[in-house]
Design a protein. Structure first.
Length: 176
């Protein structure tokens, strides 16, 4: 049988697809792209965590800002910081928690609709939570969450993601 060499969408490695192994070792994440099943699963896990982190940040900011919350602006600025500074949603949330809940600073600006404090306290917050993490490691609990601040935030909405890993559409006209 002729070899059909494709490039994995996620890890970039070239591999030969065997038709009867579709869904076992390889799959099509997009109609004209191929990937290892293993790489697709890793990607899915990563994405799920990121969506969860986004939701927690979003819930916190929305609760504090109420009517002043502007989703488009919020999304735009957080996306820009991720791109320009390699921030994470979880890191941005921790920055806000650190500045407002741990340090007890006034929430006036936050409530007016600004999250512009994040770049000014991101590294401090990172160090603070890293110390807590290390202390927990030393104590042998391995659970740094037990020592972090208790704050009132809405429980993130549990989202069950549809299984997007396997492409079930039937458009198969697209051989490479
Ligand atoms: Zn791969």
């Amino acid at each position: 049988m002729a070899q059909h060499i494709v490039k994995c969408l996620y890890c970039g490695e070239h591999f030969n697809i065997v038709p009867e192994e579709e869904g076992i070792t390889w799959f099509k994440p997009r109609s004209n792209r191929y990937a290892h099943v293993k790489c697709g699963q890793e990607q899915e896990t990563k994405k799920t965590q990121e969506e969860k982190d986004f939701d927690e940040l979003y819930q916190y900011v929305k609760k504090e800002q109420g009517d002043n919350f502007n989703f488009v602006q919020f999304k735009k600025i957080t996306d820009a910081w991720i791109k320009d500074y390699q921030y994470t949603y979880s890191g941005m949330l921790k920055s806000l928690l650190y500045f407002y809940e741990v340090k007890g600073n006034s929430k006036a600006k936050l409530r007016e609709g600004s999250i512009g404090i994040i770049p000014f306290c991101y590294s401090q917050a990172y160090n603070y939570y890293y110390e807590i993490y290390l202390a927990a490691q030393r104590a042998g609990t391995g659970d740094y969450k037990t020592s972090s601040v208790e704050i009132e935030i809405d429980a993130p909405v549990a989202k069950v993601l549809p299984p997007k890993l396997f492409n079930l559409d039937m458009e198969d006209e697209d051989e490479e």
